[in-house]
Write a protein of this length. Sequence first.
Length: 395
Amino acid sequence: MLLNLISASLLAVPALALPHTGLGVSKRQDCPAPGQAAGATELPDPFTNSAGTPITTAAEFTCRQQELFQLFQDSELGEKPGAPESVTASASGNGLTINVSNGGSSISFSVSISYPSGGSEPYPAIIAYGFPSIPVPAGVATITFNNDDIAAQQNTGSRGRGKFYDLYGSDHTASAMTAWAWGVSRIIDALEATPNARINPERIGVTGCSRNGKGAFIAGAFDERVALTLPQESGSGGSACWRLSDEQKRQGQNVQTASQIITENVWFSRAFEQYVNDVTQLPVDHHELAALVAPRGLYVIENTDMEWLGNWSCYGCMVAGHKIYEALGVPDNMGFSQVGGHNHCQFPGAQNEELNAFITKFLLDGDANTAVMRTDGNLQFDEAQWCPWEVPTLA
Ligand SMILES: *[C@@H]1O[C@H](CO)[C@@H](O)[C@H](O)[C@H]1NC(C)=O
Ligand SMILES: *[C@@H]1O[C@H](CO)[C@@H](O)[C@H](O)[C@H]1NC(C)=O
């Protein structure tokens, strides 16, 4: 019944009329209409579309990405509205003020830009939710994004509060994470329109830690202009898979699950609530967030010994996600690094070299070795059980 509703709503929308929200003009093409979206006990097969057709070419995979984008919005995250009627911006000093108008309403928000002392203009930049909790290297600017101003995240009572909802209405389906992703897209719009901000909009990274790490992952998945996605300790709701986190919970570990997360905050949509007690009904899982970021740069930073994040779930989920990069012939464009022995959101020096390699390659146009898939937890993930699907060659 639930799945029928989803497929009906997908079928009602011709493929070319899918709301364009950032997966990008260049990728829009005539894709087959999405079919029935099936749930599964194992991680859903990213290489078979919901009509049951195997994906065999890169062009078909682009259509699959559009379908996954729609499925994530419908089942977990709510709608990310397309480009608003007007986005104007002005840069002065370290500030960038962004005005957005749509449907007779307007909002204004500001971000602050910290310019590097070295490097060259226009600078690459990392958009940090809240504040950066990773070290940003020389030559790269930091843009501080007050995401809570766009959508509040105090508790379950925060739904519909923040500037996004002032513009689109407090009953809009977008979850807080989708509203923040929309905000990141508007920052990039503003940078494109404002050369005197001295930032290169084609060399943008996005990061955040913990709840904001979940959000940063969604922002990178939902706008293909993000060159490098850097979710830090995002855990369940970010780099972990719902099905795998439930498995850890079944084994008695104190791991955040879908059924818990909806009682804590408004990071996910109301529609997600109907799946949380049986996540096998979800048409997607979070390895397919990596599918949306691919083939762009993705470096997933995790913490092995913080139980709540779900160390095995994050690892297995991103091993599954990495298969998409392998299929596309760019395995080193995605890294996963899970290191314990430090506090939550305290970036350990042991990951510095890897982080710098990803930034060098994707934001500074340099050469660097980004082949990183590691956990210090000696975790065993049974791929035959959890991702029994064939990995095609799409390159
Ligand atoms: C943004 O809106 C404010 C207040 O309405 C206005 O003063 C400012 O000129 C606008 N800036 C731009 C760049 O549109
Ligand atoms: C991984 O998390 C589990 C609890 O979920 C914990 O028992 C185990 O020690 C963790 N592994 C490491 C290496 O910290």
